[in-house]
Ligand binder design. Sequence first.
Ligand code: CTP
Length: 400
Amino acid sequence: MSLRDKHIVIGISGSIAAYKIATLVRLLRKAEASVQVIMTQEATQFITPLTLSTLSNKPVFVDYFDKKTGEWNNHVHISQSADLILIAPATANTLAKCAQGICDNLLQAVYLSAKSEVFLAPAMDLDMWVHPSVKNNIQLLQSYGNVIIPPGKGELASGLVGEGRLAEPEEIFQFIQEHFESNKPLSGKKALVSAGPTYEAIDPVRFIGNHSSGKMGYAIARELSKLGAEVTLISGPTALSTPEGVKRINVQSAAEMLNECNNYFEQADITVMSAAVADYAPTEVAAQKIKKKTEDFSISLQKTTDILATLGAKKREQQTLVGFALETNNELENAIDKLKRKNLDFIVLNSMQDKGAGFAHDTNKITVINKKEEILSFDIKSKEEVAKDICTLILEYQNR
Ligand code: CTP
């Protein structure tokens, strides 16, 4: 598996085993991950920053300030850019500092500002490894959610033989790889998500649109991508930024959205149509700006193609198709009718009667109806949490 686009921050503390990190950096780079190395002063006695900066293709940070350029190595930025922070080798001293929240070097500051998962690979002599204080620190670190990559048994630098050797670079690499794989139950799957409003042109400066913010669809695209799916987001005009790892295609009109959805539907394992597609569009688009000449003015409209129904009609057995319904009355009856008519696996119902549901809110309250017409009601939640609920249902259904 490729670790493409994964950014791994490696913190090296002062142990003879530091030399093994050169091999690990090579393995990670080969797997297309980007690597940022941070070292403690002591670690630079065991392996040169030059070796690691050459292998990682990035400058190695040791101090808060770069003495040559006078630049500040921002520990918050280093931590927040990381998909994973690995401290290897982690000496007894570094483990103790992490466990107690001591911040006396750049590596500790990066550890304390971590937003991602943290892995620690201890390395020390066998007697140190079994000392109760070290054991306590390991337990403390585990209680913070940190992952310990256990040391191996074998010959130690002291000449003694026992447990305490830094895990081999290949083993650490495997830990990292499995971590990214296990969190990605949808890896290898393709997903298509539509979001936002459509704009139907009246003339070169005017259009018929709606209040959809696109927030719900973007949250679903982000969540599916986090679960490992390769996501294409077909988006009407919105002010939102593209979720990480998602391929976004911008469209304006229902006709353009139909066209792009048709292009991607065939390959999609999962399709979620959350866009608020205009049901009607002007029959003709005026070539020039329409002047206000008459007291009354009317526009002739014609029905747009129902994208969801078009996709439903050609859906294969293994494909999962999810639609939305925004209703003001007879909600369940209308939603079930849409579920059947459009050949969906799920329909997500928003009732305008629920406070905090629908357009432009940061929250949503949904009821999901599945193919068997089973009804699942959810509490009012943030759109991110609603996206998680929807994706959990999709995931369970994919594994049926
Ligand atoms: N939809 C679509 N293409 C359209 C209109 C709607 O793909 N031209 C999709 C929406 O993205 C949503 C679902 O259909 O997932 C529900 O749309 P809605 O407009 O509520 O349903 P309609 O079947 O058009 O019924 P009505 O407007 O009468 O409520």
